[in-house]
Design a protein around this ligand. Structure first.
Ligand SMILES: Nc1ncnc2c1ncn2[C@@H]1O[C@H](COP(=O)(O)OP(=O)(O)O)[C@@H](O)[C@H]1O
Ligand SMILES: [Mg+2]
Length: 244
């Protein structure tokens, strides 16, 4: 366990699909590990899992968390270490419906890691609850589009109902030219969502290229979205890094 408010189990969520949850979970997990924090990434998106691809860890383990929950294997059997990023570990989701018990498993696993980063499925249904209920904190990933902000605001309320009040916001896929042309103010989006801003991630084609070649973003580039993710990770870890 780390000192102060850093560390713990953090769910990456949004309400709306396609906002960049999985991208952010992989990037933040990689960054925290690169900062020397023992970090476990958990794919909480059963059936539609893809955090393994963003981490460059497809087929890293033959076991998923259903295997742990059903007693077929131990956590150590199912959790794989990243081959290139020290301190980074990964637990994958089943391709079939998740068994109940993920929140209890997260609470148990977090004793052995500085951070547990959980990638949540879209929506506010059962999958979201299972992915979130074991978390201490949440990070909402939203674009500035009104539909995304509305879903994010709704997600803040759902998280509060689950007892998670430490909710931070990442605004993703920021394109300054688009914001200028519709005279949109980022502060409006933040106010609408009602969560403290943790940082911005720009729209960056490197995100799509890294995903396409199956390489973690942080090993592909140190600029653009990758640089923004590292600033966010440092802030999350308690360092004083100004919001760019
Ligand atoms: N900052 C970004 N710049 C460019 N593309 C992005 C960015 N963030 C996410 N994407 C792309 O958007 C798509 C959805 O991202 P993903 O992380 O899978 O979202 P979610 O997990 O919320 O459904 C993916 O194709 C991803 O590569
Ligand atoms: Mg996803």
């Amino acid at each position: 366990m780390l000192d102060g408010s850093a560390g713990g189990a953090i769910v990456i969520t949004s309400g709306k699909g396609g906002t960049g949850k999985t991208t952010a979970a992989a990037a933040l997990g990689s960054c925290l590990a690169l900062l020397g924090r023992r970090t476990l990434c958990v794919d909480g998106d059963a059936v539609l899992k893809n955090l393994d691809l963003c981490l460059g860890m497809a087929d890293a383990s033959i076991y998923d968390y259903n295997d742990i929950l059903s007693g077929r294997c131990s956590p150590d059997d199912a959790i794989a270490a990243h081959r290139e990023i020290p301190n980074l570990y990964f637990l994958t989701a089943p391709v079939e419906a998740a068994r109940p018990g993920l929140p209890e498993l997260i609470k148990d696993l977090k004793k052995k890691y500085d951070y547990v980063i959980i990638d949540s499925p879209a929506g506010l249904g059962a999958g979201f609850h299972e992915a979130s209920a074991g978390a201490d904190k949440a990070i909402i990933v939203s674009s500035v589009e009104p539909s995304s902000c509305r879903d994010a605001a709704r997600t803040v309320q759902e998280l509060e109902a689950l007892g998670i009040s430490d909710v931070r916001l990442i605004l993703n896929r920021i394109r300054p030219s688009v914001l200028r042309s519709v005279k949109m103010n980022l502060d409006d989006a933040i106010d609408r969502i009602g969560a403290r801003l943790l940082g911005y991630i720009p729209e960056d084609k490197a995100v799509i290229i890294a995903a396409a070649i199956g390489k973690p973003l942080m090993l592909h580039t140190g600029k653009g979205a990758a640089a923004a993710a590292m600033r966010i990770a440092r802030r999350l870890d308690g360092q004083k890094v100004p919001i760019a």
